[in-house]
Design a binder for this molecule. Structure first.
Ligand SMILES: [Zn+2]
Ligand SMILES: [Zn+2]
Length: 144
């Protein structure tokens, strides 16, 4: 068995190059790699489905660690629930289907650069970050 994290994501492999490969770490990354953003209890459930035996505290600690390494990112939507996704290389926003609860990621051309500059000009407020979600119906639910 190799000691290195091997995912299909080069970015993640690089970030974790110096870190120990643990069963929990590999399991969490694999679950998030193949999924929309998930809350901690959902991650635990998926790990169980994949027959990865883990302790709840270990998983929570692992999530904090991966967050601190910027390998994963926290996603907090209107429901206030904290979900996690793999850190994407490009800035993005989420589309949330109100029917099936599916969460998709989307990148916007030019994003909100213009609006942010206008805010700084008119309000003297330096924007460091923003959060923006779109709620609606996904391509499957819109047909129903
Ligand atoms: Zn839907
Ligand atoms: Zn944005």
């Amino acid at each position: 068995m190799t000691n290195k994290i091997k995912s299909s994501n080069k970015l993640i492999d690089n970030k974790l190059a110096d870190c120990r490969q643990t069963k929990t770490r590999r399991g969490v990354l694999l679950v998030l790699e193949n999924s929309q953003p998930l809350a901690a209890p959902e991650i635990l459930a998926r790990l169980k489905e994949n027959n990865v035996v883990v302790n709840k505290t270990t998983v929570y600690r692992e999530l904090d660690f991966l967050l601190s390494k910027k390998v994963i990112a926290a996603v907090i939507l209107k429901d206030g629930l904290k979900r996690y996704e793999l850190q994407a290389s490009e800035h993005g926003h989420h589309l949330i289907c109100l029917q099936c609860q599916k969460i998709e990621r989307v990148a916007l051309d030019n994003d909100l650069d213009k609006q942010e500059k206008a805010i700084t000009r008119s309000r003297g407020f330096k924007v460091l970050n923003h959060s923006l979600e779109f709620y609606g119906l996904c391509r499957h639910c819109v047909k129903k």
